[in-house]
Write a protein of this length. Sequence first.
Length: 438
Amino acid sequence: MSAPTALRTLSQQTLFRKGDVFVLFGELFGRGYANGLVNEARAAGMTLIGMTVGRRDADGGLRPLNAEELAAAEANLGGRIINVPMMAGFDMDAPAGTPTPTELANAMSLKTWQGDTLDWAHIEACRALGVARFQSAVTEAMRQLDALIPAGANVFFAHTMAGGLVKAKVFLAIANRIYKGRGDRFMSSRALIESDLGKLNLMNFDEVTANTFGHLIEGSATIRARIEAAGGAVRYTAYGYHGTEILIGGEYTWQTYTNYTQGYAKKRLEDIARAAWAQGVQATVFNCPEIRTNSSDIFVGVELSLVPLLHALRREGGGAWAEAQWAACEALLQDGQSLADVLARLDAYNQDPVMVSFRDFAAWPMDNTPELAERMIGTAEAITALHKERGALITDHLSALVIEATGPLMFNEAAAPAAPVLWLSHDVIARQLARLHG
């Protein structure tokens, strides 16, 4: 692809209704994009059914939720949880009597990790075990799900699995250097990717973030055939990230966070949707804007592109409600600090030649550089310091608005999606919010 395929229109879906089934293929944790879709399904009166990744015992063994955990998960979702542990990835899998990839990674140190090597035949054996375990779990979960879907119902599968970071002690120190370091603490993302530790992480990202979508589509084929044979519809959505169009210098322009190491897996996720689409399966990856979540907070600076959403709210007809969002965000700043000044600083940042050089769609995801880190991390820290409280940021407020908008955008577009991969940029986000609040 040479350019993003952006969703420009607001769909008025009429497909999903009371009695249809919404399946959350993942587990609902904390703040994040999945909440937006769940809210839409709940408002439409759909039956909510969720999955679980299960839990690890002290010895690393994977188990279903216990009674207390299951009750909490079902209360959080507002529906039934199929209690089959579907922990994706292979970082904790290994043939009996051999070390797991996580154990091997934990033997690495900050001084040795770039030269440490892995036995790739062993890693592939671990990967095969993890994939087989996950596929077996999907088969059982789909068997139980099939019995819960009544005749005549449409089904909406929402894939929410993402991540896959191998939880090695050394990686925390590395991540702090790559994603948060500048000056003497800067570390090249290329150094990680070219190391065996980095390659292991990329493999696990693929299994968790991307390949699970393929397993879902394949594993639910029997359900899909039954529903479609009776005249019903089955839809699949997944959450992607591949940069976002935001207002820069008064024009909607594609930009991205660098270095987004999981970007390779997100591109694979897109390819899985395209392959399914070619086979007549309505599967769509929605590439969503940058927001602050529990998992994105490691990426210092990813939130910077959120603030120009305020300009889009005004441009796209937000009216008095948009002005209220400006006032709410300005109230989060210290006395004497201006929201207009913050936005001007961000506009200059986005037009900095260093930042412009990373807006290469064909080369995404690109490696970081010391110059990039200095500008991005420095700007992020400077803007955070302008707030009254570090726990109440403009980007928190705007993240909630983006989640609120992406829910109906994805839910409605999935009824008759325009393409297998769609970008939700600030223009359509702002227009959706104007529809909801204007």
